[in-house]
Structure formats: C-alpha cells, structure tokens
Design a protein. Structure first.
Length: 191
C-alpha cells in the first residue's frame, strides 16, 4: 500500500537522501561536518525540530518535524544545496581525484553533482513510529558493521540521547517534549 505524503500536518518525517554516485564520500569526517553545519543552518532558517539523524558513508537519514507552513522538500533541498557547495570547495582543495569522480553531464554540460535529485520521505504517523525511525538511524552503522555499538558512531544522534553534548548536532527534545522519552536503541548511559 502506498502512503501519500502530507506537508503541514505537524507530524515527524523520516527523510533519506543519497549521494549521486555510490561513493563513500561521507566516510570522511570533514564532509560529514559540512552536512551537519548545513542541517544546523537550514534548521535555523526553517525552524524545524530535529529528532534524530545519521550520516552514513553514502547517505543521510533525518527524523525531523517541520513547521506546518514548511514543505519537507524545501528543507531537504536547502540542506543538499548548502552541503554540496561546502563539500565541493573542500574536495577542490584537498581531494581532486574524488572530486573528478563526482562530475557528470547534465543538459549537455559537465558539472559537479553530489546528491541525487530525489529523496525518500516517510510520514511518521505516531510517536512510536518516529522513535522507531530514530532507533533505525542509530542502528544503521551497526547493521553496516561500521561500529560494534551505536554510540561508537560519531555521526548520529545516539550519543546526544545518551547525555553527551560534544556532538555534531543537538536534538530538539527535552524532558517536557510531547512526543515522549528518548529512544531505546542507544546502548547504555554514559558514566
């Protein structure tokens, strides 16, 4: 059964966007840092709530709650645009070989393309569904065998939920949040 995606209903959205080519560009912390910066800049502009995320080598997952007057496509498009510009600049300085792998021909012109044009978007219809998606983000690096336990992966919201605050992105959740408590899939609390 196909579900229709609705903007403006105040519900959480699970969004995935992937690199144009299946190259592990985001395995490099420098490029993940630029994605995180872009998420923060766009969050300030569009005032969405960030509930969870993970930056994987070839894709990014976000769990966010957009304002009712904002379309998720605008948010994701702006994150992709800003991060693409920043990563292009870094690649141009430090990794010209990888940079050349990220060029393609569109409309008869050779151009740098980091992200696929489309993204995957899932409406979280309940708070439980939202927390399942947050836990999915946290478990993704473990499933891929990049780490043994979720909190070892620097580029997810898991460590924030465990109480660490020296993290790339802060979440918009507190004790009084109407959507409930922290997700269960983050391992153990820090000492």
């Amino acid at each position: 059964m196909l579900y229709k995606h609705y903007d403006g209903d105040g519900r959480a959205r699970f969004v995935t966007f992937s690199l144009h080519r299946p190259l592990p560009v985001l395995a490099d912390d420098r490029y993940c840092r630029e994605v995180a910066k872009s998420v923060n800049h766009v969050r300030e502009k569009y005032k969405f709530q960030l509930m969870g995320y993970v930056c994987m080598p070839e894709h990014v997952h976000l769990v966010l709650i957009p304002r009712t007057d904002t379309k998720v496509g605008e948010i994701v498009g702006e994150i992709k645009r800003q991060s693409s510009i920043a990563i292009h600049e870094l690649l141009n300085i430090g990794d010209p070989a990888l940079l050349s792998d990220l060029f393609t021909y569109r409309n008869g012109a050779r151009r740098f393309v980091l992200w696929k044009r489309r993204c995957y978007d899932h409406n979280c219809r309940t708070p439980e569904s939202m927390w399942q998606k947050v836990n999915y983000c946290h478990d993704n690096p473990v499933r891929r065998k990049l780490v043994a336990i979720p909190e070892e992966w620097q580029w997810s919201s898991c460590r924030w939920y465990l109480g660490y605050r020296d993290v790339p992105l802060m979440m918009d959740v507190d004790e009084a949040h109407p959507l409930g408590n922290a997700p269960s899939g983050c391992g153990t609390k820090k000492p």
